[in-house]
Each structure stands twice: as C-alpha cells, then as structure tokens.
Design a binder for this molecule. Sequence first.
Ligand code: F6R
Length: 234
Amino acid sequence: LEKFEVKSYEQLSHIAATFIIEQIRMKPDSVLGLATGSTPVGLYQKLIASHQKCEISFRETTTFNLDEYVGLHSSHPQSYNRFMHDHLFSRIDINNDQIHIPNGETRNLQSECFRYEKAIKNQGPIDIQVLGLGVNGHIGFNEPGTSFQTRTHVVDLAESTREANARFFASKEAVPKQAITVGIDTIMDSHKIILLAFGEQKQAAIERLNNGEVSEDFPASILKEHPNVTLIYG
Ligand code: F6R
C-alpha cells in the first residue's frame, strides 16, 4: 500500500481528484470504477470544478459503479443511481451510454449480476477504482466473511452497514436489506485503486488495515496484495 495521510477532508479530496484527473488526461477513454457514500463527494466536486474550468472532459470516459441497493427505483432519492447523477454525472459531459450502475430493481438479480460482470469484462479492465472503506472493513458491499474469490453478486447487508447508512433514510427499517455489489475479485482486477477513508468512525478500520493481517474477516485487507493501491486517509 502506498499511503497519504491527510490533515483535512479537503486535502483528501484534492489528492484523490489529482489521481483521477491525471488518469483522464493520460487516457481520455479511461474506465473509472466509482463509489457512492459520503467519502467521495468532495472528490466528485473537484472533478466537476475541473470540468467546468475546461481542464478535463469525460466524453470518452466509461464508468462502473461498485454497487446498488436492491428494490429501490433508480429515481429513488437514496438509490445509488440517483446519488451518482446528483453528485457527478449530471454536472459533467459524460455520455449516458457509458455510465454503468447495477440495476437493483430487476426481478432476476442473478442474471443482472452476470450481465454486469460481463460488461466490466468486455469494457474493462477498470483503469482506476475509487473505494471507500466501511467501518467494518467492507469494500463495495462485500461484508466481512465474503470470499476473496467473489465476482458481482447479491449480498445481505450487515446490520452495522444498515445502521451506518440509516442517516440517509427516514429510519433504519427503510434501509434496503440487500444490494448488488461487484465482487472482491472483480475489484482486484482493477489496474489501480485509490482507497479513501476519513474521520473519527474510520480510525479503527484504518488501524486494522495498516496493522492487521490479510483476512476475509476484514475485506479491505486483501488490497495489501494488490500491486497498485493508494490509501488516502485522515
Ligand atoms: C459505496 C460503497 C461502500 C462505501 C463505504 C463507506 O459505493 O461501496 O463500500 O464506500 O460504506 O461509506 P462512506 O463513504 O459513506 O463512509
């Protein structure tokens, strides 16, 4: 792991944005792997600002999001589809056909997982993957105990994850119980990964990542075996 310890969320967002901007400049048709949640919001604001200053264009860029809740309509305010459009896609020049997010409202979840995995295979590999860090060490929605061999699959969300995400919903009960997530092995296929973690609630997870063993009990630990991961944390 390459590491950047930051003093502020602003600095974390700035460093993360630098990685993505350089990637797009170097290869305008890059394939980006994107995350939702609070942590990358500042990064997305920086990308929007950079685009508005005409420094970068996303016209040739393809994106794959990590995950989506099962059972929420894509326009539901808490769906990850809506989140990505609100926080990034509607404010940059990306082509809608080149945006990929798992469809969590299909009846056949298995075939959706298969379709998504195949799309990544056909259009990938992902050049740079943005990851947040769950308080329990999850990456994407791969919760502790998930096999490191997994490809895109349906997951039952951990209670701690539903609690952590309840802040976006009317109540914890309103948080969906399942999600579709790319697998750990899918994530590991990315050429480059930036893992973002910031704030008080993440300190224990950061400590375990830095000093603990590689174990399926702590999914993010596998990233230590990837040749090109940068942890940006504070
Ligand atoms: C989101 C995702 C999750 C989050 C993680 C941290 O697409 O896959 O793994 O990255 O739960 O979330 P925040 O950033 O809200 O603390």
